[in-house]
Design a protein around this ligand. Structure first.
Ligand code: BG6
Length: 292
């Protein structure tokens, strides 16, 4: 159906009431609701649904570059290109009938090729399972047999009740690069991470489990992952929020952005497969898995 600005979107609904909305613009999940119709992702009320701006919130797909790790535009260009519905997806493990899913595909245009001269197909399957778990599976495959390297992220914006009351567990004692201090390297000291000012850090070698605890909403997101070594923790806070045209002045209070990212390569005919699973079955469990 049609979304903001007449852009095409797909709505996935699961029998017990959970749902997800996916825009073809960016292959972007903009909404994910549990079976109580509670929104689990943050989406800015000022999000601009128009090229070249990526949608602010939800789950942007950063590819072929994450952040400023290269010469391309920040976070690459897949997030501000039009994806298509993939009518001929490669075989996936059998999907049981109580799951709703959509297959998308992104193929570079001639102009994209000029910016980044590699031939590939990026396939994304988004699955909403029983109980409302959400799974994103990315498959990146070169189409001319020539290898290339890339960086990638699921740049997830979580919805939180009050950022000052949120704790992130699993990153304590890790080394991080502080984007606010010219990427200087530090070691995290405290217990759980709490928030009282702008934060933009790249945690290195993160464990397979990271938890976001939201006391007010009585919700715990647990990220489980394999093969996505680094994690960014970002909240623009008040001053930066005011400088962003597509972000409400006070919205920083209600979001936490925790991208999980990886460097990958596509060699010969091999493809890279990255899976992220958001599982709601326990108390709002979020998990993410990646494998090559
Ligand atoms: C984070 C970066 O991943 O994304 C931040 O660490 C950046 O530095 C943020 O501000 C948002 O980026 P963008 O391009 O979507 O405004």
């Amino acid at each position: 159906c049609k979304g903001v600005n007449g852009l095409d979107k797909v709505v996935l609904r699961e029998v017990r009431g959970s749902s997800a909305e996916v825009y073809l613009y960016g292959g972007h999940v903009t909404s994910w609701k549990n079976d109580h119709s509670e929104e689990l992702l943050f989406l800015s009320t000022k999000a601009i649904f128009k090229p070249p701006k990526a949608i602010r919130g939800g789950i942007p797909i950063c590819f072929p570059q994450f952040g400023s790790h290269g010469n391309l535009e920040q976070h690459g260009f897949a997030r501000n290109r039009l994806w298509s519905i993939d009518t001929d997806p490669p075989p996936f493990p059998t999907v049981s009938s109580n799951k709703a899913f959509i297959d998308l595909i992104f193929k570079p245009s001639e102009d994209d090729f000029k910016i980044w001269p590699h031939s590939y197909e990026f396939r994304l399957r988004i699955t909403l399972g029983p109980g409302g778990d959400l799974m994103l599976t990315s498959r990146i495959r070169n189409t001319d047999g020539k290898p290339f390297s890339f960086t990638f992220a699921y740049h997830t914006y979580f919805s939180v009740s009050d950022i000052s009351e949120v704790r992130v567990e699993g990153l304590e004692t890790l080394d991080y690069l502080d984007n606010l201090k010219a990427k200087e390297r530090f070691t995290e000291q405290g217990d759980a991470i709490t928030f009282e000012s702008e934060v933009d850090k790249i945690y290195l070698g993160t464990p397979s489990k990271i938890a976001i605890l939201d006391h007010e909403k009585k919700r715990t997101f647990v990220l489980r992952k394999d093969g996505l070594p680094d994690a960014v923790v970002w909240n623009p806070w008040e001053k930066k929020a005011k400088s962003m045209a597509d972000f409400g002045d006070d919205e920083y209070k209600h979001m936490l952005c925790l991208p999980q990212w990886a460097a990958g390569s596509s060699k010969g005919a091999s493809r890279m497969k990255i899976i992220m699973l958001y599982d709601l079955q326990a108390h709002s469990f979020v998990g993410c898995l990646a494998s090559k």
